[in-house]
Ligand binder design. Structure first.
Ligand code: ZN
Length: 189
């Protein structure tokens, strides 16, 4: 499943059937602490390995339902207008967080959470170097917003499986769009 600004979920209100809360350090509660079962199991392995390496990693945002995304997006539209809203939030049905395959990491500190400076924090540095061993990719890498539709998010990971993630890392393929031969999706159609 590849979701981007050209490829919404189908159906738009898709709900993963196997959402579970992973046994990792949580920085959120409720639906945002959920992942699909495959992603949750892989996250548990990755967080444990990070902890062994002395790296503090938290689950900062996981699953986001269509209903939640709708209210978040509409809130931005109401206060900032649609053009601004589209830079701040995915449209309902277009967020990778709705798939259950994605989550954002934090480091328990918070000063750089969801900020560009998070890229230099140990959690992001470790994830960039090691996430592929657990089946994850940094989904929105630096300088590929014209392909992915999003500026660099060092905190946003996507599960694609150990084999594919390792292959992408070994071949230096930066984006899922390129890996699967999909068109670039810089903006909504
Ligand atoms: Zn994210």
């Amino acid at each position: 499943m590849v979701v981007n600004k050209h490829r919404p979920l189908s159906p738009a209100a898709f709900i993963p059937p196997d959402l579970v809360q992973p046994a990792v350090r949580l920085a959120v509660s409720g639906e945002a602490a959920l992942l699909n079962s495959t992603t949750a199991a892989a996250a548990e392995r990755m967080f444990a390995a990070a902890a062994t390496a002395g790296v503090v990693m938290t689950l900062a945002s996981g699953y986001r339902s269509f209903v939640t995304q709708t209210s978040t997006y509409n809130g931005y539209v109401a206060t900032r207008g649609q053009a601004e809203a589209d830079t701040a939030s995915a449209r309902p049905g277009f967020s990778e967080h709705q798939t259950g395959w994605s989550f954002d990491i934090g480091d328990g500190g918070g000063a750089c959470s969801f900020q560009p400076c998070f890229a230099e924090q140990p959690a992001a540095v470790w994830a960039k170097a090691n996430a592929h061993r657990f089946g994850f990719i940094v989904r929105y890498p630096w300088m590929y917003h014209e392909t992915t539709g999003y500026y660099y998010e060092s905190w946003h990971l996507r599960f694609i499986g150990v084999e594919a993630a390792g292959d992408m890392a070994a071949r230096g393929v930066p984006t899922l769009e390129e890996y699967f031969g999909l068109e670039s999706a810089p903006a909504y159609l």
